[in-house]
Design a protein around this ligand. Structure first.
Ligand code: AOF
Ligand code: ZN
Length: 352
């Protein structure tokens, strides 16, 4: 396995993954893709990455920068080069025409419309290898590939809880259940999504901002769309609708209570990844509909005894019917400035 790739190709793929994940690139309908061209000595000839639908693909971007130096080079790409005339021309053809000798890609293209690049390249006499850092590349485009397969956005449900399963105290106060480290971690995850979703009750009661900020509390340049769903009429003065607080983030009110309808409308707007952040009624509606694809929970060392649960009634009355998601990861987030550690648990709902 390791013999199929040179050390230079490995390093180039790491770099291509970094390029693919360049911050500020809108998710939109397309995957995140990076490409590095290396010469026979393993030296980088040119780098490229995709910047969103309608712009050149990563391979085309790198080829344009390389010019004549692409001849004889190896193209290291995070995704199988496309083989279709979409918004841009087929990359497999462009690579072969530029005289690229070898192509190494991480993962096959799951999009049936664009797939077939590997075959086309081989037919044109280009050497092709795949599977290098495929797991990493798969993770990067997990939401996009999910959309290609299921025709809807990927949903991450996030909540914070005390040891006794409370997300807010009896009087409704919920600041601050989780530590600063946990809240910072949440902002990091929010930045990877393109929709922040809450219910209209949460907006009426908590008046959240739902923008993504960095560790200095500065808003990021590129913000997810803030979506409120539910039939409740809302005061236009709520912070989420108020340009004075928007920090560049747009917002949208979907007047439906049906998770399936909301996801359909968001997918039609080219949204890939929904970050579901409250409240309990909305979380329960998504769980009951089987529309949660990932759960991220921050557990804080705190007890409230009474208070609001993170999730409303799921219709489960006996232990045998418990919802049992599979644990994917458990990470301790160390406390800073004297705060206690919190625990982040990531889970995948199991489908039967
Ligand atoms: C990208 N960027 O760097 C690569 C892609 O019709 P288009 O031009 O928007 O092509 C979109 C498809 O092309 C996309 O779904 C994926 O299957 C393939 N490869 N796409 O946006 C890239 N290499
Ligand atoms: Zn392409």
């Amino acid at each position: 396995m390791s013999g199929r790739f040179t050390a230079a190709e490995r390093a180039a793929m790491r770099r291509a993954l970094e390029l693919a994940a360049t911050p500020g690139v809108p998710l939109g309908p397309n995957p995140r893709v990076g490409c590095v061209l290396v010469d026979e000595h393993g030296e980088t000839v040119a780098e490229g990455h995709h910047r969103g639908a309608g712009t050149p693909h990563a391979e085309a971007d790198a080829l344009a920068r390389a010019g004549g130096r692409a001849r004889g080079a190896t193209a290291v790409v995070t995704l199988e080069p496309c083989n279709h005339h979409g918004r841009t021309g087929p990359c497999a053809e462009a690579l072969a025409e530029a005289g690229v000798r070898r192509v190494v890609f991480a993962q096959p293209d799951p999009n049936p419309v664009a797939a077939g690049g590997a075959e086309a390249l081989r037919a044109a006499g280009v050497e092709v290898e795949s599977g290098l850092l495929a797991v990493e590349s798969g993770l990067l485009n997990r939401a996009w590939a999910f959309g290609v397969e299921h025709g809807r956005p990927f949903v991450t449900w996030k909540f914070a809880t005390t040891l006794d399963g409370r997300s807010a105290a009896a009087d409704g106060t919920s600041r601050w259940v989780s530590s600063r480290a946990a809240r910072l971690d949440t902002h990091r995850l929010r930045a990877l999504c393109d929709v922040m979703l809450v219910g209209s009750n949460t907006v009426a009661v908590d008046d959240p901002l739902l923008t993504v900020r960095d560790e200095h509390d500065r808003p990021l340049d590129h913000q997810p769309l803030r979506v409120v769903m539910g039939e409740r009429e809302l005061d236009p003065g709520r912070r989420i609708f108020n340009a004075r607080y928007s920090q560049g983030a747009a917002s949208l009110h979907l007047r439906t209570r049906d998770p399936r309808v909301a996801l359909e409308q968001l997918y039609a707007r080219d949204r890939q990844h929904v970050f579901l952040e409250g409240g309990p009624t909305l979380a329960a509606a998504f769980l009951r509909a089987g529309l949660v694809d990932e759960i991220v929970v921050y557990v804080a060392p705190m007890l409230l005894g009474a208070g609001r649960s993170a999730v409303a009634d799921l219709g489960i009355t006996t232990i045998a019917d418990a919802f049992r998601p599979r644990v994917v990861d458990i990470t301790v987030l160390d406390g800073v400035d004297g705060e206690q550690p919190n625990v982040r648990v990531t889970l995948a709902p199991t489908r039967t």
